[in-house]
Design a protein around this ligand. Structure first.
Ligand code: BES
Ligand code: ZN
Length: 635
């Protein structure tokens, strides 16, 4: 991937401010506003949050579903840590800033002097506001751009309900494309929001107060009592229905999905109980899921109280619920204890994959969980072979890169195997007690790897000095690759699959004898992955006839089958691929599919043509990734 922030451009980030105010305001410029603005303590944010910190937001936003604009105002309540620090620097990207004032008693608003700094790639532009002494809240009237990276707007013809839809994706640094704020995971705040939408649609947020049904006023109020970082701010608007699952859980979806979703996710309440048993109290009140349209660029996003998920996990048999276990697990790892900067992403994702595996084990048994672990290990080993040293340690070298680049497999899987290793050394009881205490101790805080390291040393290594050492811990944290003492997961479930595959390939086993239906979803995937580059169209036909793969309703299976179809240029698969690409914008699938097509001599032009038709329905992130995969990116 392209680096957008090299060392050289970082220097260029020391920005001169651009005038955007009338002459008179410029003359009253305080020296503080004229000073250069660079990134703050977090290299991916302009916020000077050690001097002044946002503690609460009050938003009043209107969603214009035709113009694709979110507009209104936000009031930022401030904690003036250094009372002499006379400016507030916020992150913005593509926002139309209309007015900046200080709310005063009696409903008056005092105009404030402000400037937008220069554009700095995906970091956007700093908004610098002069803060007179005593000002403890700032109101910004603004509108988002229709091209905002953090929002996707779908028109009626692009959704299953026929009604418009909008959803946000703020992680890692896209909240600034729809709210001006201190867009760093180091800062947490509570918020209130009023969201106005057309009265045939409903608004939901990752917050308390989500309605169970649409009201006729087209106005929805939310309140977030737990302090959260900006990347967890989430909003969606659409023709939504709600179905209850348990006493504190349920699912929102467009009418077409709601029934299947409620059925698919019926173990949700049980999953929450497992989470609570493992790592303590669920501190967010409700836990609901929002099923998004298939253009959602990710599998899931752990928005607090309301995780967002792709409909492509609705397989009809609950076989793809590891993803729900994952997003739920973030209610502890990530949302409760948060990485302070993106270099520490493993504190969110590595812990979560470990926790996810514990939930999966509790739900489906150790054998199934081990299969998942083996797949993760295999992918990690493969990824590490092609990863630069700086990106192969748990603490990532991303300070001068786009924070998107932190989201590779390493923080996820290596982080998970680090915790597996600790478990292996000290035992389950000890690691669970440690993790429970850790979540309790750092609840609602954003921490760095160093803080974690100190806590581990004082609370686990000190107690088990013979079982693990800080030298070993530091290898995991700071050295590339997998330490020699890492513990590889084992499962014989795949050996049996390998056996079948080999015999089938050698025509020693008939297609109809393959026990595909009896295998777990991971075994089926393993079978299909192992067929990479080895099938002719004829054998594809035989497999398809026996196993109905082109017609599979399991998107993970279907995806692997479509990859094989591209390799073998298998026509029925390629026909299915076209509708797949026109409907599904989940990057995990679309990126490799476009990439594989781009590598063929027959498929590249066709893929570009399909992409052009699909583009309007894709999320900005999917557009970006697809264009890179096809080698047609602009600029
Ligand atoms: N926090 C991530 C979603 C995300 C990924 C946001 C990359 C921004 C950039 C979420 O928890 C996640 O990891 N989702 C995975 C699924 C999970 C089971 C590994 C996904 O969407 O594929
Ligand atoms: Zn995650």
């Amino acid at each position: 991937m392209k680096r957008i922030l090299t060392g050289a451009t970082l220097v260029a980030l020391i920005l001169m401010l651009v005038a955007c105010q009338p002459e008179s305001a410029q003359q009253s410029l305080d020296p503080a506003a004229g000073q250069e603005v660079g990134t703050g303590p977090d290299p991916h944010s302009f916020a000077e949050y050690e001097k002044v910190r946002v503690s609460h937001l009050r938003m009043d936003l209107t969603a214009d579903m035709d113009e694709h604009v979110l507009s209104g105002h936000v009031v930022l309540e401030l904690e003036r840590i250094d009372p002499d620090h006379s400016r507030l620097v916020l992150d913005t990207r593509g926002l139309d800033i209309r007015d900046v004032t200080a709310p005063e008693s009696g409903g008056e608003h005092r105009p404030l002097t402000w400037r937008l700094g220069e554009e700095a790639g995906s970091l956007g532009r700093p908004l610098v506001i002069l803060l007179p002494a005593g000002v403890e809240a700032v109101r910004i009237d603004y509108a988002s751009s229709p091209a905002a990276f953090g929002l996707q707007w779908l028109d009626g013809e692009q959704t299953s309900s026929g009604q418009a839809f909008m959803f946000s994706q703020s992680q890692p640094h896209y909240a600034r494309t729809w709210v001006p704020l201190q867009d760093t995971p180091a800062v947490r705040y509570t918020f209130d929001a009023t969201v106005r939408v057309p009265d045939d649609l409903m608004a939901v947020m990752g917050a308390a107060g989500n309605a169970f049904e649409r009201n006729d006023r087209g106005e929805y109020d939310f309140h977030m009592p737990e302090p959260v970082p900006s990347y967890l701010m989430a909003i969606a608007v659409g023709d939504l229905e709600f179905a209850e699952i348990g006493s504190r859980s349920g699912v929102y979806a467009e009418p077409q999905w709601i029934e299947a979703a409620a059925e698919e996710f019926d173990v949700l309440e049980e999953m929450i109980d497992i989470g609570v048993d493992l790592y303590g109290e669920y501190r967010w009140g409700r836990y609901d899921l929002l099923v998004l349209p298939p253009s959602f660029p990710f599998g899931g996003m752990e928005n607090p109280r309301l995780s967002f998920v792709t409909p492509t996990i609705i397989a009809g048999d609950g076989s793809l619920l590891a993803l729900v276990a994952h997003e739920l697990a973030h209610s502890w790892s990530g949302n409760l204890v948060t990485n302070a900067a993106w270099r520490d992403l493993w504190l969110n994702e590595g812990f979560t994959v470990y926790f996810e595996s514990r939930v999966m084990e509790a739900l489906y048994g150790e054998a199934v969980e081990r299969q998942l672990a083996v797949l993760e290990w295999r992918d990690l080993v493969e990824e590490l072979e092609n990863t630069s040293d700086g990106m192969a340690s748990l603490v990532l070298d991303v300070d001068d890169k786009d924070p998107e680049q932190a989201f590779i497999g390493v923080p996820y899987a290596k982080g998970r195997f680090f915790l597996d290793w600790i478990e292996h050394r000290v035992g389950r009881e000890a690691i669970d007690a440690f993790l429970r205490a850790y979540f309790d101790h750092f609840a609602f805080q954003s921490i760095t790897t160093i803080t974690f390291r100190d806590y581990l040393q004082a609370n686990l290594v000190a107690e088990y000095p013979d079982a693990l050492s800080m030298d070993e811990v530091d290898q995991w944290l700071y050295e590339p690759g997998l330490p020699a003492f890492a513990v590889a997961p084992e499962s014989d479930a795949f050996d049996r699959v390998d056996d079948w595959r080999e015999r089938w390939l050698a025509a020693e086993a008939a297609t109809s004898d393959l026990p595909f239906e009896q295998w777990s979803v991971y075994q089926r995937l393993h079978f299909l992955i192992g067929l990479e580059d080895s099938l002719e169209a004829e054998r594809m036909t035989a497999l398809d006839e026996a196993l109905a793969l082109t017609g599979s309703g399991n998107y993970e299976i279907l995806f692997e089958w479509l990859m094989r179809s591209i390799e073998a240029r298998y026509e029925p698969g390629i026909e299915r691929l076209e509708t797949f690409l026109l409907n599904v914008g989940r990057n995990k699938f679309t990126r490799p599919l476009y990439s594989a097509l781009a590598d063929t001599d027959w498929g590249r032009d066709w893929a570009i043509e399909v992409y052009q038709r699909a583009r309007a329905g894709y999320h900005p992130l999917t557009r970006q990734a697809s264009e890179r995969a096809l080698g047609i990116e602009e600029g």
